[in-house]
Design a protein around this ligand. Structure first.
Ligand code: THU
Length: 128
């Protein structure tokens, strides 16, 4: 999908994607839609596993898919998520360099930057 999308249109795509989540254990269906600078939208859903810790979040699925297709950190503008991103996914959102993150939280739609979501963060520059 391409073209200029509003934050709420992107969130609607995340909502639609969430219907495809594989979450038989938590029954918590999450969708993520990432808008790339070239206008392409890459979607992801959470994919759970009977060995619970092996499940992956919707955000990581979306970014892993995008990177697999050739996108790189800095190529993304917005990530829209149907739930508040978990701590680990906040680190991914930071690494991928999205400008803003739009997500549902308790009936509200919230927009924040990755650094607002993860202050005082660990970054590659901190590595030896
Ligand atoms: N989940 C996500 O997909 N993204 C988040 O940022 C929050 C949590 C998923 C993981 C698990 O499959 C389910 O929601 C319940 O935690």
């Amino acid at each position: 999908m391409s073209g200029v999308l509003s934050d709420l249109e992107l969130l609607a795509l995340a909502d639609a994607a969430s219907k495809r989540a594989y979450a038989p254990y938590s029954e918590f269906h999450v969708g993520c839609a990432v808008l790339a600078r070239d206008g392409r939208v890459v979607e992801g859903v959470n994919v759970e596993n009977a060995a619970y810790p092996l499940g992956v979040c919707a955000e990581r699925t979306a970014f892993a898919r995008a990177v697999s297709e050739g996108y790189r950190p800095g190529d993304f503008v917005i990530a829209a998520i149907t739930a508040s991103p978990c701590g680990g996914c906040r680190q991914w959102l930071l690494e991928m360099g999205v400008e803003r993150v739009v997500f549902r939280n308790g009936g509200r739609v919230v927009t924040m930057s990755p650094s607002e979501l993860l202050p005082e963060s660990f970054e590659a520059a901190d590595l030896p």
